[in-house]
Ligand binder design. Structure first.
Ligand SMILES: [Zn+2]
Length: 102
């Protein structure tokens, strides 16, 4: 697993346990606060989805599939996501779990 991906993974764990820290935690990639977490869900079941976790500053981040959505989680369906403004929709470069050299 790449080092930067592991950092993001650890940060995700921290934010998951302390959601209020999301906006104040430094980004694992650029070090500035601006982390965002959004759960993509299906309209028939909003309790499970895939998580997008990214930084609004450097536009890097990670995603996971099949996660349970916590009560506090911000969630959108595919339909709702299409309606998001460009500033709200996640647009970022995905950090892969491994690099080619691993
Ligand atoms: Zn960043």
């Amino acid at each position: 697993m790449s080092e930067i991906y592991e950092k993001w993974l650890r940060e995700y764990g921290r934010v998951f346990n302390d959601p209020r820290s999301l906006r104040t935690r430094p980004c694992p990639s650029c070090g500035r606060p601006g982390l965002r977490l959004l759960f993509n869900v299906h309209r028939t079941d909003r309790s499970v989805g895939w998580a997008e976790f990214w930084c609004d500053n450097c536009r890097k981040g990670i995603f996971f599939s099949r996660v349970s959505v916590p009560d506090w989680g911000e969630s959108v369906t595919t339909e709702e996501k299409r309606a998001l403004s460009s500033g709200e929709a996640p647009e970022y470069e995905t950090i892969p779990p491994t690099t080619y050299s691993d």
